[in-house]
Ligand binder design. Structure first.
Ligand code: HEM
Length: 486
């Protein structure tokens, strides 16, 4: 497995399921349907009290909740008001079944569809296959590499204004940077450095649909968060319409040559391609809003946690600075291809292990299935707890320690192919992973050549800064960093 491809399901398992942590569970192996329906439902974690109180514990500290539950077993249920039972899975074998070998038995949960309509993130079946095939050329390695200069320019433009002695809300700053990059590279429109506030706020508001406090409430209830979401989505849809209209005046003659999403979609339309099932006005809008949602907050949190890790580990920081100082100038695609940012690569890999932005993957069982001898009934939600899996001592020594050096070629080779999967796996693995990794490495190198950051905030309870797990795993708001110039 390599850090920039992630698991796609081809490699051989070297570590199998070791079953329960406490020796209670039997391994799976149910045969026919009758056998499956006779199996017990997965138990609620006994150390987390009455299931009806799970919601309170979850909302208070979802990370501690899943840490305690998964320490006992790899399969457990929790109960949340407004949702009901969820079977959580914390073993890479289970993740592999859900995402790859038995993926036909699971579908994505409807929440994303309600929020984002019919973009790549949400659609299923033949329509998904069409959309993925259509968008894939934009995200293959060589297309992504073409954006390297834009990524560095955007990073230089934003961080070039930092001054020694300045205190930064790093998460806010990285949010602005990832939006700058996403718009410039994928949407073909440069955002104003100190402007376009409405667009920036709207992109952030897309997450308000998923606030944990909204789950128990009926979907039709217009809470303030849902109103913010609706307004934000409308603003981004209007912007999508404007960009599409503008591009349609001069569409590319060959859409396969298009280097951004807008020109690709407009070019396909102009070329009379009608069978891709994604070229109605509504579908185009859904696509763009989905990409804005999927493509910025994830990279923001990766960058923020990587910079936290550098701030907190002076020895690692020193080696990182030595690597970026040895470059001939601002980082380039060639520096990456020729291995001159090898340590930065490991740094990013390890950050995504300890702080996976998508820390749990939601699915719904389309039929009765079993995990470790427990039944998940058809229609029940399933959560694959990526963060737990990536900190499992059965796969990682000193699992809570930030250690980029663990990522030797031998270790990668021997690791279970689903023990490290920050981008998911199987056919629905993140389409933007090459883009995200390139952006993370180039942004870190751009920052590291000029600045050193010190973390001024408090330590959290989970071997890192205080967390705010929402749809993505974020650092709690307002964590300040001190900038020093190098
Ligand atoms: C560090 C950054 C990122 C992380 C950790 C990440 C993580 C993920 C994960 C775990 C999935 C699988 C979701 C599932 O199976 O339910 C996914 C899917 C997806 N991601 Fe990313 N992502 C990142 C960056 C990006 C970027 C930069 C883009 C676009 C520019 C993007 C676009 C997408 C899309 C469209 C999908 C749906 C793919 C499909 O279903 O075929 N992501 N991402």
């Amino acid at each position: 497995m390599s850090s920039d491809t992630g698991p796609t399901g081809g490699s051989i398992d070297t570590v199998g399921s070791e079953g329960p942590h406490d020796g209670e569970q039997e391994s799976g192996g149910a045969g026919g349907d009758d056998e499956v329906s006779d199996l017990p439902l997965a138990p609620y974690p006994p150390n987390l009290g009455n299931p009806k109180l799970h919601a309170l514990r979850q909302v208070r500290d979802p990370i501690a909740f899943s840490d305690r539950a998964a320490a006992i077993r790899d399969v457990y249920r929790i109960w949340l008001p407004g949702i009901g039972d969820i079977t959580n899975l914390a073993h890479p074998d289970h993740m592999k079944r859900v995402l790859l070998t038995e993926r036909g038995k699971f579908r994505k949960s409807e929440d994303f569809g309600i929020a984002f309509g019919d973009g790549l993130l949400t659609v299923e079946g033949e329509e998904w296959a069409q959309q993925r095939k259509t968008l894939q050329p934009l995200f293959v390695r060589e297309s992504v590499m073409d954006h390297a200069d834009t990524m560095v320019e955007q990073a230089q433009r934003r961080v070039g204004r930092w001054e020694g002695g300045q205190q930064l809300d790093l998460q806010a700053e990285m949010t602005d940077l990832t939006l700058d990059v996403l718009f410039a590279a994928i949407l073909g429109r440069e955002l104003e450095l100190d402007g376009d506030e409405k667009i920036r706020r709207s992109a952030e508001a897309l997450h308000d649909w998923f606030l944990p406090t909204s789950y128990p409430l009926p979907r039709w209830l217009p809470t303030p968060a849902r109103r913010r979401f609706k307004q934000g989505k409308q603003t981004l849809q209007d912007e999508a319409d404007r960009l599409l209209e503008e591009a349609a005046r001069d569409p590319p003659s060959d859409p396969t040559e298009a280097d951004d999403l807008i020109n690709l979609l407009v070019g396909l339309r102009a070329a009379g391609v009608t069978d891709s099932g994604m070229l109605t006005d509504e579908r185009l809008r859904d696509q763009m809003v989905s990409i804005i949602f999927a493509g910025h907050d994830t990279t923001t949190t990766s960058l923020t946690f990587a910079l936290w890790a550098l701030a907190e580990h002076p020895d690692i920081r020193e080696r990182f600075h030595a690597e970026v100082d040895a470059l001939d100038g601002p980082p380039t695609a060639e520096d990456i291809e020729e291995g001159r940012l090898a340590f930065t690569d490991k740094l990013v890999t390890e950050t995504l292990r300890l702080f996976p932005p998508v820390y749990a993957l939601p699915r719904v069982a389309d039929e009765d299935v079993q995990f470790d001898g427990y039944r998940v009934p058809e229609g029940e939600r399933v959560g694959v707890i990526i963060r737990r899996i990536q900190r499992d001592p059965r796969f990682f020594d000193r699992p809570d320690t930030f250690d980029p050096d663990r990522w030797t070629p031998e270790f990668r080779q021997e690791l279970h192919d689903f023990a490290y999967a920050p981008f998911g796996g199987g056919p629905r693995i993140c389409i933007g992973r090459q883009f995200a990794l390139l952006e993370a490495k180039l942004s870190l190198a751009t920052i590291g050549r000029n600045y050193e950051l010190y973390y001024l905030g408090e330590e959290g309870k989970h071997d890192g800064p205080p967390l705010s797990p929402q749809m993505t795993l974020r650092m709690k708001e307002g964590q300040e960093f001190l900038v020093t110039e190098r």
